[in-house]
Design a protein around this ligand. Structure first.
Ligand code: FAQ
Length: 314
């Protein structure tokens, strides 16, 4: 039973900017919210390997292949940092993974879109990693210590991901007419889904108020989306790419770029599992998990053996 005094003390710690650590007292709802959001973040990093992984075997040069391999591997690492952070709340990684492979846990909508050309890989680096950085640099200041520290590490790597993506976009955008067309087409397809990554508009976001009160989220979904749009418009102009929104217009009064209507029906359709790639993504992840059962079993047996020999030696 949580007392009002406990809740007030907790809120006072949050308001004072303290980090909450795993053994500290916390409201059960706070614990559940971090588990929900942090584990969905972890699942997203893992599923997020699939769209770009699709192009590793078809990268246009050895250099591009090495860069892409390293990037996709980084995303796996991000998933592992995040699972470790969330496990500190007393939930097992196996249960979390079960919830998304066989239950109702979500992962980011963006990874349910196909990668149709190599330019999609470039645009994912620029836009999707760019959006992830805007979101995660704020989460790096989140009130839950392990989650915030995981995000600090992730952001360091994500900023390189964005740079390599933008560099490739710039290269294609200044290339042959066919290359320019290919990269513009990728931007046209990924622009709106990238904006949806920030979540529903503030008026339709049931979790935001509570998460902001507890400083898990530092900004609302719309604030972060606006920040991303403002900086991306300039980046697009610099490489002569057109963003596919005729309503994009600088607003002198607000100092921000106004933008057109986001296709929210499409977003909710994807979140409910009906996007172009949802079924294929889940099938690929389930197969990978099931085919990897023997590896987990062998690793656990090895760890048990090492522990036993340490105990016998001491
Ligand atoms: N997709 O009340 P809110 C990456 C759900 S990592 C699917 O606003 P909240 C790295 C939401 O869960 C990308 N579902 O929710 C990379 C909730 O449903 P629930 C992932 C979404 O939590 C790059 C409902 O809608 N990043 O890209 C989405 O306050 C390149 C109502 O929404 C993170 O996960 C969505 N886009 O705000 C990897 C960051 N948006 O759970 C490979 C951490 C909302 O109540 C290649 N997460 N929903 O049933 C967050 O910052 C937040 O959770 C938000 C959503 C902002 C995503």
């Amino acid at each position: 039973m949580e007392t009002q005094q406990q809740l007030d003390n907790f809120q006072a710690r949050i308001d004072a900017g303290e980090k909450i650590e795993p053994k500290d007292w916390m409201p059960d709802r706070y614990r559940q919210q971090i588990i929900r959001m942090g584990s969905q973040h972890a699942h997203s990093e893992i599923v997020g390997m699939l769209p770009e992984g699709n192009w590793i075997g078809r990268a246009p040069s050895l250099k591009r292949k090495l860069v892409l391999l390293a990037k996709v591997q980084d995303e796996a690492g991000h998933g592992l940092y995040l699972y470790s952070a969330i496990e500190t709340l007393g939930v097992s990684r196996a249960d979390l993974i079960d919830q998304y492979l066989y239950g109702s846990a979500k992962y980011s909508s963006i990874f349910n879109y196909p990668t149709l050309s190599y330019a999609d890989v470039c645009v994912i680096g620029w836009l999707v990693d760019g959006a992830a950085i805007v979101n995660q640099t704020k989460l790096a200041q989140s009130s839950y210590g392990p989650y915030s520290r995981a995000n600090i590490r992730i952001c360091r790597e994500e900023s390189f991901h964005k740079k390599q993506g933008y560099e490739m976009v710039a290269k294609l955008a200044s290339g042959t007419p066919a290359q320019r067309k290919m990269v513009q087409d990728a931007v046209n397809r990924f622009w709106w889904p990238t904006l949806m990554m920030f979540g529903p508009s503030d008026s339709d976001s049931p979790n935001s108020a509570e998460l902001i009160k507890w400083k898990v989220k530092l900004n609302t979904n719309d604030e972060l989306r606006q920040h991303f749009i403002d900086r991306t418009v300039m980046e697009a102009e610099a490489v002569n790419i057109t963003l596919p929104d005729p309503d994009l217009k600088f607003n002198q009064e607000t100092g921000h770029w106004d933008y057109g209507d986001i296709p929210w029906d499409e977003f909710w359709d994807v979140v409910q599992g009906n996007g172009v790639m949802n079924r294929e993504r889940m099938k690929a992840r389930r197969e990978a998990h099931e085919n990897g059962a023997w590896v987990r079993k062998a690793a656990q047996a090895y760890a048990r053996k090492k522990k036993l020999s340490r105990e016998q030696a001491s």
